[in-house]
Design a binder for this molecule. Structure first.
Ligand code: PLP
Length: 380
């Protein structure tokens, strides 16, 4: 999929950015905006304060209510169980800081948003394939009073699918609360296995919605303290004037979820064919595919060539992918997920992530394989 973004005028610096990517395979970082989400955002930008009692306020409120109903409908929950936030990081921080329980138990490969908000957490180890050790979780639960477990459904770097239904059952057997980070599962997997979770988090921009919208879902009857204090928005659970446009864009993206789910079979075929071609041409590469994975994600290490070097070379060739570990400063370090899977640091430093989504096509994966193989031969 060719993504061409030109002449984005930054209003303050009046700088013009222009970049062209031939192949965008970095959906786990952010999916391109869906046309329907763009239209919803644009419509929402003209709306006013959803808390105002006048007609203009009521129209803005309706925009949020519609998005809430779409999400509630999709999840089969009551609209009041949804707290709209600015994204998954805020949802996670609200969930973990807002519960009265403070004895955290988290997976070894959780996203930084979970790790940073779960001080003193006990860690559930993962095996070589990246899946959590359920007996270790059970042991931790039996040793911990008032526990809150946080576990991702799908790992953002490797696509590994965690045994979330079993983890939820174990947590409840031990009277613990459990938060499921479903950011990378939405639009990729059926959400039935997490229906009994106490708290679930989602992010709009991973499914083609805008950045700046996310959700925290609370089990019926569960209440939490707000992270941000102020006005009474979101039933006093998240203060601050709502980002109406982003929430409406999120709603529009949710309406596209069934199309995204249907695409997973094709994505798996294209991804697997790409991996096969790379493995045949480059026997030295290591592909992290030994666990059940989301269909769109591939993590591949090219020993001896750092992820930073690979990313730069691929970028020059018009290919956008990432290392699993890119932090906000843009620095590239060894993959945190691979290190916690017990992988050698030298391998973890040479791994990159390829992730497709709603607008990817077979050619993207075929071209990626060709360019990657050329690069690897050149740099070897
Ligand atoms: N959890 C996972 C698994 C993620 O992949 C991400 C985003 O990279 C987040 C949480 C944070 O999401 P957001 O960008 O909406 O804050």
């Amino acid at each position: 999929m060719k993504l061409l973004i030109t002449q984005v005028a930054l209003p303050i610096a009046t700088t013009l950015l222009s970049f062209s990517m031939e192949i965008y395979l970095d959906y786990n970082a952010s999916a391109p905006l869906l046309p329907a989400a763009r239209a919803a955002v644009v419509a929402g930008l003209d709306l006013l304060n959803a808390s105002s009692v006048h007609g203009a306020g009521r129209v803005a409120r309706q925009g949020i209510t519609n998005a809430r109903n779409i999400l509630a409908n999709y999840l089969g929950i009551k609209p009041a169980q949804i707290i709209f936030t600015s994204g998954a990081t805020e949802s996670i921080a609200t969930a973990l800081r807002g519960t009265v329980r403070k004895n955290f138990i988290i997976g070894a490969t959780e996203h930084e948003a979970v790790r940073a908000n779960a001080e003193g957490a006990k860690i559930i180890p993962v095996g070589k394939n990246g899946m959590i050790d359920l007996s270790a979780l059970e042991k931790l639960l039996s040793e911990t009073e008032n526990a809150v477990v946080a576990l991702q459904y799908v790992n953002n770097e490797t696509g590994t699918v965690q045994p979330v239904a079993d983890a939820i059952a174990l947590a409840h057997k031990h009277d613990a609360l459990i938060l499921i980070d479903a950011v990378q599962a939405l639009g990729k997997l059926d959400l039935t296995p997490i229906k009994n979770a106490d708290m679930i988090v989602f992010s709009a921009h991973k499914i083609g919605g805008p950045k700046g919208a996310g959700a925290l879902i609370l089990r019926e009857g569960l209440s939490i303290q707000p992270l941000i204090l102020g006005g009474g928005q979101e039933e006093r659970r998240r203060a601050g004037t709502e980002n109406v446009a982003a929430i409406m864009g999120f709603g529009a993206a949710i309406q596209n979820i069934s199309a995204q789910l249907e695409k997973q079979t094709e994505l798996a075929e294209w991804r697997d064919a790409m991996e096969k071609e790379i493995a045949t041409a480059l026997p030295q590469v290591k592909i992290f595919n030994s666990a059940p994975r989301a269909a769109n994600t591939s993590m591949i290490a090219l020993p001896g060539v750092t992820a930073a070097t690979q990313l730069m070379n691929l970028d020059l060739a018009g290919v956008a992918v990432s290392s699993g570990s890119a932090c906000s400063s843009g620095k590239v370090g060894p993959s945190h997920t691979l290190i916690n899977m017990g992988e050698d640091k030298n391998i973890a430093s040479c791994a990159i992530r390829i992730s497709g989504g709603w607008n990817s096509n077979e050619k993207d994966f075929q071209e990626f394989a060709r360019i990657y193989i050329d690069m690897a031969k050149r740099l070897a």
